[in-house]
Write a new protein. Structure first.
Length: 186
């Protein structure tokens, strides 16, 4: 079943939409949740919550790329669960490392001004990513969207882990510079 047909089932409030979503995107969403949470029980719960949230969001939303829509829901739910379970102590896991890496180029301020600039920030980040050579853009996305480890990215691109780490460090520095030039407080 294609995405358009699945979305139509959601709009018709047909529970088959959840089964079709699970069949087509269950492994994809499980991989996202699993990388973030590193706990199969929590990941399974986040994926199940993804179907519920999709049910509640469609309609009024009508996603054109269902995989991205469901992936974003899973990712957000997983990060929320991760924050909840790790709020009292920080371990040395991959997600802590990813968040620490990104913290140096994105602030965590939630002032009203920051809320108003959120869409502009998103557009500036997208413009920055579009300006990168394809390989660097994909490395950045694999690391910070899919939560791949440095070793996994190195294997995917046929590079050393050190080379990937240095490349990502330079991309983060360039992103920080790009955002600072546009007046963002970092």
């Amino acid at each position: 079943m294609n995405d358009e047909q699945i979305v139509r089932l959601y709009w018709e409030r047909d529970e088959q939409a959840i089964r079709e979503s699970s069949t087509k995107y269950g492994a994809y969403c499980s991989a996202i949740a699993g990388r973030i949470l590193d706990n199969s029980e929590d990941a399974r719960e986040c994926v199940n919550d993804t179907w519920l949230q999709a049910w509640n969001c469609i309609p009024p939303n009508k996603p054109t790329l269902l995989s991205v829509f469901l992936g974003r829901i899973t990712r957000n739910l997983s990060f929320n669960r991760y924050k909840k379970t790790h709020s009292e102590k920080r371990g040395g896991g991959n997600i802590d490392l990813i968040l620490d890496e990104l913290e140096e180029c994105l602030s965590g301020n939630d002032t009203p001004e920051d809320e108003l600039l959120r869409n502009e920030l998103k557009e500036d980040i997208n413009r920055f990513l579009a300006s990168l050579p394809e390989e660097k853009r994909y490395m950045f996305i694999r690391r910070y969207w899919h939560a791949d480890t440095i070793t996994e990215i190195a294997g995917r691109f046929g590079m050393s882990a050190n080379n990937v780490s240095v490349t990502l460090g330079r991309v983060r520095a360039a992103l920080k510079s790009h955002l600072t030039e546009r007046g963002y407080r970092l």
